[in-house]
Design a protein around this ligand. Structure first.
Ligand SMILES: *[C@@H]1O[C@H](CO)[C@@H](O)[C@H](O)[C@H]1NC(C)=O
Ligand SMILES: *[C@@H]1O[C@H](CO)[C@@H](O)[C@H](O)[C@H]1NC(C)=O
Ligand SMILES: *[C@@H]1O[C@H](CO)[C@@H](O)[C@H](O)[C@H]1NC(C)=O
Length: 311
């Protein structure tokens, strides 16, 4: 009995360590779902939206995007999950507990955990609100603290063991130096997960490696996370803004800033290239792609230059 148990452990171990290795045949036509979110003052014609910068960010690294609509049935999400190669939970300003965004995110999080545990590679990315969503989904608790980080670009304080993680492994050395010393990462949030609260949560500590932290001058908070055993990644900062958003003065547009966004996108899209999910037919794929929708110019009155609206 004991022998059998140990053999099972060994097998599980080797599956685990192989999980992140690049497969021989990568999927060079990855499709990533970007989660829509509830519009604050919804009208029948526009009750959900996606900031176009998230779409451009993924497209820049060779992915195509489908909008992941909110308020759909679980059956529909299950079918879609088998058709796409990763999901991105964007930033925004809706409830983490009772919005269409949070409901859909929790369904895809569960599907991703289940699939990855069964050897079916499926990456998940969370930015800002998406980061906060993932910490809630993993811990089952809202552990956030108010911080003074509404609009500021910061260098990353890398943790001692960040190089043991995967996210920054292929980053050029010069870029890592710049990331640690220059204000390249955009923070645009009022809530943060303090390092203290992260450390107090066994569930978070066991699930995620902290790759970087930041401080608002008062509280140190976690700014980059990567799951140990799952292709799940999250930044409290906004890699998609540097190249694609222009109407906030604190967004850096230097070559290094743009390069940062691109290398994050390339990393995540490469993760999606390890997923072999596909749409049952080309027709269904074409119907789902975001190319079926037109973004609107919203730069005059919102934080997004362009926005996709859905109903
Ligand atoms: C989603 O459903 C909720 C209630 O269940 C509703 O208030 C909201 O308007 C719906 N949103 C969309 C985008 O359909
Ligand atoms: C998280 O930290 C804040 C202080 O910033 C504290 O008020 C809050 O109670 C902490 N939450 C938990 C669950 O420890
Ligand atoms: C990095 O960490 C130090 C020590 O906690 C802190 O004083 C500093 O503000 C942090 N830097 C940034 C950019 O957050």
């Amino acid at each position: 009995m004991i022998h059998f148990f140990c053999l099972a452990c060994l097998l599980a171990d080797s599956v685990f360590s192989d999980r992140f290795a690049a497969p021989i045949n990568t999927n060079d036509r990855p499709i990533i779902g970007v989660l829509a979110q509830d519009v604050f003052n919804a009208t029948p014609q526009r009750n959900a939206y996606i900031g176009a910068s998230y779409v451009k960010f993924l497209e820049s690294a060779g992915a195509r995007v489908i909008p992941l609509m909110i308020n759909r049935t679980e059956d529909e999400y299950r079918r879609l999950f088998k058709s796409i190669n990763g999901v991105l939970f964007p930033g925004g300003g809706v409830s983490l507990e009772s919005s269409g965004y949070s409901r859909t995110a929790s369904i895809f999080y569960r599907l991703a955990l289940e699939a990855n545990s069964n050897g079916d590679y499926f990456p998940v990315w969370g930015t800002c609100l998406g980061f906060e969503m993932l910490t809630l989904l993993t811990s089952g608790q809202l552990l956030l603290s108010h911080t003074n980080t509404r609009g500021v670009a910061l260098p990353l304080n890398f943790t001692d063991d960040y190089r043991e993680g995967r996210l920054f492994r292929e980053f050029p050395e010069e870029l890592l130096k710049s990331l640690a010393t220059e204000r390249l990462t955009v923070n645009s949030h009022q809530w943060s997960l303090t390092t203290a609260n992260f450390t107090k949560s066994e569930k978070l500590k066991n699930f995620y490696r902290v790759l970087s932290t930041n401080s608002d001058g008062q509280n140190e908070f976690v700014s980059t996370l990567e799951a140990y055993d799952f292709p799940i990644y999250a930044t409290q900062w906004h890699p998609e803004k540097n190249a694609f958003e222009w109407n906030r003065p604190y967004i850096p547009h230097s070559p290094r800033a743009v390069e940062t966004g691109f290398h994050i996108a390339l990393f995540f899209v490469n993760e999606a290239r390890k997923s072999t999910h596909r749409f049952p037919s080309e027709e269904e794929e074409e119907k789902a792609l975001i190319y079926n929708y037109n973004p609107e110019y919203t730069g005059a009155h919102t934080a997004f230059q362009q926005t996709y609206f859905f109903h």
